[in-house]
Every structure is written in C-alpha cells, then in structure tokens.
Design a protein around this ligand. Structure first.
Ligand code: HEC
Ligand SMILES: [Cu+2]
Length: 358
C-alpha cells in the first residue's frame, strides 16, 4: 500500500482523523438541509393529494372502498417494517458505535441459519396474506351483479364512447349512471391501449384492442366525478378526460329517454344540415335522425346536452363550440379532427345547430 490508505487495520479511522473537523461540518450541514427540505415536501404532498379529485383513498362505491382497505393494509404493513427496521438500525448504530479507546475491528459474524430462515419465512407469509386480500379485492371489482346496467366503453384516441345497448343510447365523454345500481362495463378499444380510471369509484381497467374486459362498480352517492385515461395513448392523451354523472334513478330514466330520441335541434335548418354534410362532418360523425352516420368520431345527436367538448379540453357553450369548429387543432393539438376552414357564415350556422342538439 503505497501512498494509499490501508483499510484492513484501523486505516479508516486514521483517514477520518486526518480530514475530520471542517469536512464533517459541511457534510452534516448538507444532510440537515436535505432532510429539512424532504420533510417540507413530505408535509405538503398529502395536503395537495387530499384536495385533488384523483385521490384514490376517498371512495364513493363499495368497490373503491375495498381498494382503500387493501391500500391501508399494505401501507400499514409497510410502515411497521419501515419503522421496525429503521428503528433497529438506528439503535444498533448508536448503541454499538466506535468509542475512544476501541482498538481493531468489531467481531465479524458470518451466517446465522436461524435468522436467515426467519427472514425468509416472515416476508413470504406477508406476501401470501397480501395476495389473498388482493385477489379478494379484484374479485369485488369484477363480480357483476345480475341486474346490472350494461354499458360499453370504447376508448378512442382521444375521447370516450359510451354505449347503452339496452337503452339505445350512444354518447361521448360524459357517462351517466343511476345511483345504487351496479354497472356492467364492457371495455374495448378502437385503436391503442387506454385505461379507464375513475379514482373515487374504483381502480383502473385497461381497454385493449381486440379484447373485451369486464368491470363493475356501484356509485352510492349522486354527483359528478372526474375521470381520465391513465395510460399514455399518444399525443393528446392528457385531454382524454371523462365525467361520470351519478343521477337519481328518476333523473337517469329521464336522461336516457331524451338521449335515445333522434336529433331535434332548436337551431335546425336545411342550411345547417347541408353545411354539416358538405364539409365531411357526416363522414366521421353521426347525428341520429339525419343522414349523418359516420362512426369514427363522437355521436353528436345530443352534443348540446354535454358539459364539455373534446375530451374535457373546452366547456360546452356557444363560444367554445365556435372555437372548436374554427380549428380544433389549435385547441387540442394533434386531434383527429381536421381544420375544415369553415367560413364565418357556416361556423355560426353550425354552432347554433350543434348547441341546439340537447
Ligand atoms: C376526419 C374525421 C372528422 C371530421 C371530418 C370531422 N370531425 Fe368532428 N371530431 C372528430 C373526432 C375524432 C373528434 C373527437 C376529438 C377528440 O376529442 O379527441 C371530433 C369532435 C367533434 C366535436 C366535439 C364532440 C364532443 O362531444 O366532444 C364536435 C362538436 C365536432 N367534432 C363537430 C364536427 C363538425 C361540425 C365537423 C364538420 C365541419 C366535423 N366535426 C368534422 C373527427 C372528425
Ligand atoms: Cu390515454
């Protein structure tokens, strides 16, 4: 060992003694600053999370609550181990630290069969228990009740199609369900993999091309719930939001009846329909009750009744509708609806017509 440090016998201690006071003070200060910053973030994080509608630890369905239970069990076990192990570590570090006058290395211990058996068996048992709880929770998320309302959810780049096969309703981005009745979801995709996520109502389930996934939950509180696609599916993924509206059974029945009816716009005119068909709108969009029957874009039969446009990127009112129609690319970059360069006249005709489709 020439010019180096001999770590085999007390070398470490000699090295530390040589460079100790100043360096050590800087090191401690840096660690303290980092720990302080970490603590501030740790305190702020839950505050933000609790305020968000995406905080999955609140739940308004039995399925969401079963996920919550699982979450708290896992967190509980993890914390017992975190504090147990870190506590034991800190205890040992302080209890057995080097003291002035200590010479040589500590006793070196190799292998301890009994300990190794225990720290293999205990974690394995914990994993088995967590596995059982998880399988139970997954079972609750997929056990469809016999009187459930069938709803087909189809993921598109970058919007949601909702079909109610028993009610003759087709809509987009705004999902209505009756409170207290379980919903039998069939999840499909028209293009790439998406993920259906309503944080307060259940977990996430994927929409996979060529496959039909089953999924269920029962909303037990009336209200409006935010959701989103939670799996990156291309450029405008961030604007693939959805809203679930949980109606009372009577409200839901009225909604479904209105949605199943053919189009009736307060702004309807021969000119509006002509503008709609002449600008290729009808090749992509359907308006039931007219000749427009395109099937690759949102059904517009009752577009005026929805609260948002373009997967949540705009509110739904005359001003925002005009903005969307003037150039959807400027509002939602990359969207699969082209800029159709409508004249000012056509724009106002179409806006009145579409907003009138309640
Ligand atoms: C090439 C196909 C295509 C053509 C042509 C087209 N659109 Fe679209 N349109 C789409 C797609 C796809 C969306 C969904 C965009 C999104 O949210 O990502 C959409 C969305 C919309 C929306 C918002 C619907 C909602 O519920 O969010 C309206 C309104 C609309 N289009 C009207 C029109 C009108 C009017 C025309 C004709 C001037 C037209 N579109 C032409 C594909 C098309
Ligand atoms: Cu997505």
């Amino acid at each position: 060992m020439q010019g180096g440090v001999d770590f085999r016998r007390g070398g470490r201690r000699r090295l530390r003694a040589a460079s100790a006071p100043l360096a050590a003070r800087g090191w401690v200060a840096r660690r303290l600053a980092a720990a302080g910053l970490g603590a501030v973030f740790a305190l702020l994080l839950p505050a933000a999370a609790f305020a968000a509608p995406y905080w999955a630890v609140l739940g308004d369905s039995p399925q969401a609550r079963s996920i919550q239970h699982l979450f708290w069990i896992v967190i509980g076990v993890a914390f017992v181990f975190l504090f147990g192990i870190e506590g034991a570590l800190l205890y040992v570090v302080f209890r057995f630290r080097a003291r002035p006058g200590d010479e040589g290395d500590a006793p070196q211990v190799y292998g301890n069969r009994r300990l190794e058996v225990w720290w293999t068996i205990v974690p394995a048992l914990i994993l088995v228990v967590m596995f059982i709880f998880t399988v139970r929770a997954v079972g609750e998320e997929t056990a469809v009740a016999p009187n459930a309302l069938p709803v087909t959810v189809i993921g598109h780049q970058w919007w949601w199609e909702f079909r109610y096969p028993t009610l003759g309703v087709v809509t987009a981005n705004e999902l209505h369900v009756p409170v207290g009745r379980s919903i039998d979801f069939t999840l499909e995709s028209a293009d790439v993999v998406h993920s259906f996520w309503l944080p307060l109502l259940g977990g996430k389930e994927q929409l996979i091309p060529g496959q039909k996934n089953r999924w269920t939950f029962t909303v037990d509180k009336a209200g409006s719930y935010d959701g989103a696609c939670s799996e990156y599916c291309g450029g405008a993924h961030a604007w693939m939001r959805l809203t679930l509206v949980a109606d009372t059974p009577a409200q839901f029945e009225a909604w479904a009846k209105a949605q199943a009816a053919p189009a009736a716009s307060t702004g309807a005119s021969a000119q509006a329909l002509r503008v709609f068909t002449q600008n290729a709108c009808s090749q992509c969009h359907a308006i039931r009750g007219t000749t427009a029957s395109g099937a690759v874009a949102p059904d517009l039969t009752h577009v005026g009744s929805r609260t948002t446009l373009g997967g949540g990127v705009l509110a739904n009112n005359a001003g925002d509708m005009a903005r969307w129609l003037e150039n959807p690319q400027a509002v939602k970059p990359g969207v699969l609806m082209p800029d159709l360069h409508l004249s000012a006249d056509d724009l106002s005709t179409l806006t009145a017509y579409l907003e009138g489709l309640k």
